[in-house]
Design a protein around this ligand. Structure first.
Ligand code: FAD
Length: 387
């Protein structure tokens, strides 16, 4: 049903797996233990060109689509790594590619492709408005050839490991727009300049090893050329990017799910209790088999979303459903894997508890499961709006 060059996809899988062999379970365990950042891994992935997969060839990238990008992130997770450390660059790229001006593309893409600049951050969420994005309070006010930014963001990932951030802010007050989704704009912010000129960064300690921060903007002035696309249309651009993000996260969850199932199956084959492998018991086998079925089914929806996105079709429904199904499936697989390992599932050296925490995130971020259900109910099934 979906047209993909299987040989090319398999070559990407093998290439990423080869690279991931140099970053084994012990590497990721150690990074997690010290709440560090996998700098060596990110450098290797960048140097091998994987993070520039979607940048057009004329700007120094490989010109690949969302399908191929999704396989790269899936394989990182399937090999036991955490693509949450790098995935921002993949989906933020879409925003720049689709809505950035020629000048912005010429200025930034070659440097991002070469690894000289990192575009790993996107600032949308705010502490007082949460999922109700159209109510954001961060403002960008035009003053001559500058915009002045004031406000606050929360949970913004990888700020300390990025050079650029895509920022969503209100350019027209909510009270003055006819539709609440209008009047917001996106900007490409130079983080080093921002930190020296009115943006303060406060790290947030959290359950996973995911670098997140609270940001405070106090009269930060940025050049007007930082605006991406048209003023006032930023929310639409962000939504467009979010469909890519949801599809990529779905692929990461598929990678996690497959890692959990491999790990659970191999432990169930080897662990002997009552004089036989625990995997001989159907009470142990069946949950693993069910989790496998769920992951494979979610994978089909992921490919549908990739296909639609890469062919310029509206991928909104598929991207949301893929993210929902894959996040559910990987979480189910995580639970099954932990249960199969018994007490050893809690031991850090088995890596199950780390991956368990990592995959749990995707029920909440980048969009919570409830909000996907709400989207499907209202937009696909035409049920009455609840908010
Ligand atoms: C590790 C991590 C990294 C993140 N990285 C980024 C980032 O880089 N950039 C960024 O902008 N954001 C980021 N986020 C924020 C993330 O996108 C939000 O946490 C997420 O969208 C949920 O928003 P919230 O936390 O404000 O929850 P809230 O909006 O406060 O919602 C709380 C709960 O209530 C439910 N809920 C709310 N309203 C309704 C309703 N009407 N009907 C049913 N249920 C409802 C939600 O589903 C959720 O479960 C990150 C979050 C985490 C934890």
């Amino acid at each position: 049903m979906f047209q993909h060059d299987i040989d090319a996809i398999n070559a990407i899988r093998e290439g990423v797996r080869g690279l991931c062999q140099n970053f084994d379970a012990a590497y990721w365990r150690q990074v997690d233990e010290v709440k560090g950042f996998p700098d060596d891994f990110v450098t290797a992935l960048t140097e091998a060109g994987w993070l520039a997969a979607m940048i057009p060839e004329e700007f120094g990238g490989s010109g690949l689509g969302l399908s191929e990008a999704s396989v790269i992130l899936e394989e990182v997770n399937r090999c036991g790594g955490n693509s949450g450390t790098v995935h921002g660059q993949m989906y933020n790229m879409f925003t720049l590619l689709r809505h950035g001006s020629d000048e912005q593309k010429r200025q930034f893409l070659p440097k991002i492709a070469a690894g000289e600049l990192r575009l790993q951050s996107m600032g949308v969420t705010e502490p007082t408005t949460g999922t109700d994005t159209t109510k954001i309070k961060t403002t960008a006010v035009r003053k001559g050839d500058k915009y002045v930014i004031n406000g606050q963001k929360v949970w913004i990932s990888r700020i300390q490991h990025s050079d650029l951030m895509i920022l969503l802010a209100r350019t027209t007050p909510l009270a003055e727009v006819t539709r609440k989704s209008e009047g917001m704009s996106i900007f490409l912010v130079d983080l080093e300049h921002a930190m020296a000129n009115g943006m303060t960064v406060q790290p947030i300690a959290n359950m996973v090893n995911h670098e997140t921060n609270e940001l405070f903007f106090d009269n930060l002035e940025i050049p007007a050329e930082c605006l991406i696309g048209e003023e006032g249309k930023g929310f639409r651009y962000i939504l467009d990017g979010l469909n890519a993000e949801r599809t990529l996260i779905a692929a990461e969850c598929i990678g996690d799910g497959r890692w959990f199932i491999d790990k659970a199956s191999s432990y169930a084959r080897e662990r002997e209790v009552f004089g036989r492998p625990i995997g001989k018991n159907q009470g142990v086998q069946f949950p693993i088999a069910q989790a496998h079925i769920d992951v494979e089914a979610a994978d089909l929806m992921r490919w549908r979303a990739c296909h639609e996105y890469d062919n310029g079709l509206n991928a909104g429904a598929s991207a949301n459903m893929a993210k929902y199904l894959a996040a559910e499936a990987s979480w189910k697989a995580a639970n099954v894997c932990l249960q199969t390992h018994g007490g050893f599932g809690f031991a850090c050296e088995y890596d199950v508890e780390r991956k368990f925490r990592e995959t749990r995130l995707y029920q909440v971020a980048p969009i919570s499961t409830n909000l996907i259900l709400s989207y499907v109910a209202e937009h696909l099934l035409e049920l009455p709006r609840s908010f």
